[in-house]
Design a protein around this ligand. Sequence first.
Ligand SMILES: Nc1ncnc2c1ncn2[C@@H]1O[C@H](COP(=O)(O)OP(=O)(O)OP(=O)(O)O)[C@@H](O)[C@H]1O
Length: 130
Amino acid sequence: MKDKKGRRYYKNKNFKHSLKHAWNGLKTAVRAERNMRTHILFTGLVILAGSFFQLRQIEWLWLLSAVFLVLICELVNTAIETIVDLVVGDKLHPLARDAKDIGAAVVIMASLFAVIIGIVIFGPKLWNTF
Ligand SMILES: Nc1ncnc2c1ncn2[C@@H]1O[C@H](COP(=O)(O)OP(=O)(O)OP(=O)(O)O)[C@@H](O)[C@H]1O
């Protein structure tokens, strides 16, 4: 569907529109995906722990990169799942399974990276504290 100027009618008109739709996408993902809510909870806990241990700037950079990578991958995974469900509906298909499994693997890889970063940063601090 196009408007009089030949543009798709649902195309974002300006940055504010783009931002509004991105915010809606974030809300949809948080509402629909329990994993997304878990990642957000962990992000909050990690930020609290970072403040408690008064991390250095470089430690904050690694930590925030890791937790944001997990959130980004979970959003991409949710988008993949949504597209797969749109295409196949209730039908089972090996390619649908593969697409979803690979999407899940993306999140697992990012989570593994975040766990390693967490151990490297907090491991010695916890060891010295307790
Ligand atoms: N249409 C399908 N055809 C074949 N296998 C499917 C299909 N939909 C889902 N599966 C299989 O079931 C698994 C779970 O699918 P589901 O849509 O419930 O993902 P999910 O539990 O929301 O994933 P995540 O834990 O990453 O959020 C997929 O990883 C895939 O192996």
